[in-house]
Design a protein around this ligand. Structure first.
Ligand code: ATP
Ligand code: FE
Length: 351
């Protein structure tokens, strides 16, 4: 089977064609980073205009690069949510029209399920597994029991880890190339710094010590305050980046250990792996530290390659393939779900 995946939930316009024997036949990403950076972050209405402008050519180029025409495609998968309200309909309407006109099955994909399932594209990983999704909009710890069957163990009480990383990278005035994003710039700066120079508060260490939850806004505010008072030289910038990055990782580690301990003592069917995905999972230090935590519980860490951790069409096409093979198709009448809890995928007749 061959599936075309379309993703327009945030700022990148992307499409890809993936086969059920795990081949990526083509992928195209049109980044909007350069357009939004002067505004200090993503402007949803501008992002939507960018998708409207570029999506037709992105889809055409994806087909051309794979040397396929739409009639060769078995199904069309598209991000239905969660995501920016003005952006999601651009991809969904294109996908619905293509599917209806060419009489192809349509699959509305949950963006976070796609982040989680990408790991199964590169490394076959049977259910159940634990998954930590760390991205620009989410910090979500789940047990994945099966396709569309997720139990949330913990989430962020305030901002997502990726959002905090983006804000801190901007506050440190790090530089990055137009098409890249603040995250890789923070990783590069942190690699040159000493994480022990600055002392930062570890989130949820006091009252909520035994709670499986995350928090990054207090940490972010504390870093922003210290940047004003104490960060002057280039080395100060590197040291602060390193301290902040390490604190984020240690916070994730502490809560992940709580969850793994809880699940391993309770779970009837043993977990097969720890899957870590989402844009922040492209960071090498996050990956290696989380791999060590997984090893403590005799679990392999399964992480998509860095390029597939951030938003892309491949993950949507792959999630579409998994759903197609399970017979989970959608009507041409579906609409977007900008806020869509992943646990509600369990409901038999959603919305
Ligand atoms: P969501 O998936 O929650 O809807 P999103 O789609 O915007 O959000 P992703 O594309 O999955 O998020 O991830 C983007 C986030 O990953 C950004 O916050 C970015 O800074 C962060 N990120 C990307 N690369 C790195 C890196 N090397 N180190 C740290 N963070 C990174
Ligand atoms: Fe994402």
């Amino acid at each position: 089977k061959i599936v075309l995946g379309i993703e327009t939930s945030c700022d990148d316009t992307s499409a890809a064609i993936v086969t059920s024997d795990r081949q990526i036949l083509s992928e195209v990403v049109k980044s909007q980073q350069e357009m939004h950076e002067p505004m200090g972050g993503i402007v949803p209405t501008l992002a939507s205009l960018g998708h409207s402008r570029h999506l037709p050519n992105v889809i055409c180029e994806t087909l051309d690069r794979a040397q396929l025409s739409i009639s060769d495609i078995d199904a069309i998968a598209v991000t239905r949510g969660p995501g920016l309200p003005p952006c999601l309909p651009v991809g969904l309407n294109a996908a619905k029209t293509l599917a209806a006109v060419h009489k192809k099955p349509l699959i509305g994909v949950h963006h976070m399920e796609a982040h989680a399932l990408t790991a199964r594209l590169t490394t076959p990983t049977p259910f159940p597994f634990m998954t930590l999704l760390i991205s620009g909009g989410h910090t979500l710890l789940l047990t994945a029991n099966g396709l569309g069957d997720y139990d949330a163990l913990g989430t962020t009480l305030d901002t997502a880890v990726g959002e905090a990383i983006d804000k801190v990278a901007r506050a440190l005035k790090l530089e990055w190339e137009g098409k890249s994003s603040p995250g890789p710039a923070l990783e590069r700066a942190a690699a040159l710094g000493d994480p022990s120079r600055f002392t930062l508060p570890m989130p949820l260490l006091q009252r909520k010590k035994s709670m499986i939850a995350f928090s990054f806004s207090g940490l972010k505010t504390s870093v922003e305050r210290q940047i004003q008072d104490q960060v002057q030289t280039q080395q100060d910038v590197y040291d602060m980046a390193a301290a902040f990055q390490l604190t984020c990782i240690q916070h994730l580690e502490q809560k992940l250990k709580l969850a793994l301990h809880q699940e391993i003592t309770m779970q009837k069917k043993p977990l097969t792996a720890l899957v870590v995905s989402g844009g922040v999972a492209s960071n090498a230090l996050f990956r290696s530290k989380l791999e060590q935590v997984a090893a403590l519980y005799d679990l392999p860490l399964v992480c998509p390659p860095p390029k597939l951790c951030t938003d892309n069409g491949v993950m949507i096409a792959w999630a579409g393939l998994e759903r197609l093979e399970a017979g989970l198709l959608d009507d041409y009448t579906i609409t977007t779900l900008p806020r869509w809890p992943i646990e509600s995928l369990k409901e038999k007749n959603p919305l």
